[in-house]
Design a protein around this ligand. Structure first.
Ligand code: SAM
Length: 292
């Protein structure tokens, strides 16, 4: 029987006396259709190395092992290790690593476990995960910002977070996360997932998103730090005009100077930050990098 059945999942956790930890975002997948959509979206083949963050009892891992070459799973909860030993022990292409995804250097881990075939200097690897929702944004930002040797990510996240990741300028979902995700990757929602697909059901709806990492960022900036500072400032006070948000952004540039600067870039300072596209944020950041 596949692990995705609710009966089997309950049986295995009872056998091991396992208790779900809400604090670790433990909601295990029990829906076959959702698992198929995740693996389908990841477009896996025996040539792939996949990193799965948070395998739980190994439900998704089992599916990944069927279609990929090598799978490295990173799990923080050591109480899951005996369960994973039972459920995945027969899969020779799966390696379990006990650790906190936020604390490890993933490129380094992949390089070691693949004996140099994947990671820096080798082939790009894929991430597939039903993420722990309490740290979705830090995980995604770490994977994108660290410049890891990644090809793509197919990840289950809270539905609202998925919508923010793919949001175009102008709407209330568009924010600093949208800009960051779109700067580093092409993103799309694969499917929405109801609460009933998990055991125990989470309090929120979910969605699977696919992020394909760009070879080069979406826009060219002279300083990424400055680009993200401008983005942060523009969204920090969403009800304010762009001009006022930038004046309060701690750049040490006076209002009049900001007005002139935006004018030269043909950007109306009376607009809200949330209406700016990536190109416009880049233009502002590049301009102030030049003058500061
Ligand atoms: N992949 C399994 C599934 O789909 O049934 C479980 C997904 S569950 C939503 C999230 C998993 O991430 C849990 O196994 C949890 O213990 C693990 N986890 C939580 N925080 C983590 C961290 N910082 N590093 C690695 N794994 C973590």
């Amino acid at each position: 029987m596949k692990l995705s059945s609710a009966v089997r999942t309950r049986a295995i956790i009872q056998k091991h006396g396992f208790r779900f930890k809400k604090s670790l975002g433990q909601n295990f997948l029990i829906d076959d259709g959702t698992l198929q959509q995740i693996t389908g979206a990841a477009e896996l083949s025996p040539r792939d190395l996949v990193v799965e963050i948070g395998p739980g009892i190994g439900t998704l891992t089992e599916r990944l092992a069927e279609v990929s070459g090598q799978i490295i799973v990173v799990e923080i909860d050591q109480n899951l290790l005996p369960i994973l030993q039972e459920t995945l022990g027969n899969w020779e292409n799966v390696q379990v690593y006990l650790g906190d995804i936020l604390k490890i250097n993933l490129d380094q881990l992949v390089l070691e476990k693949s004996e140099g075939q994947f990671g820096p200097g080798g082939k790009r690897y894929k991430v597939v995960a039903n993420l722990p929702y309490y740290i979705t944004t830090p995980i995604v930002m770490k994977l994108l910002e660290e410049g890891y040797h990644l090809e793509s990510m197919v990840i289950m996240v809270q539905k609202e977070v998925a919508e923010r990741m793919v949001a175009p300028p102008g709407g209330k979902e568009y924010g600093a996360l949208s800009v960051a995700v779109q700067y580093y990757s092409r993103s799309e929602i694969v499917t929405r997932v109801p609460k009933g697909a998990f055991l125990p059901p989470p309090e929120v709806e979910s969605a699977v998103v696919k992020l394909i990492k760009r070879n080069e960022p979406a826009v060219s900036v002279t300083s990424e730090t400055m680009f993200f500072r401008v983005v942060k400032a523009a969204f920090a006070q969403r009800r304010k005009t762009l001009l006022n948000a930038l004046v309060n952004g701690g750049f040490g540039i006076e209002k009049q100077k900001w007005g002139e600067l935006l004018g030269r870039l043909n950007i109306d300072g009376q607009r809200r930050g949330e209406t700016l596209g990536l190109e416009e944020f880049a233009a502002i950041a590049n301009r102030i990098s030049a003058v500061l």
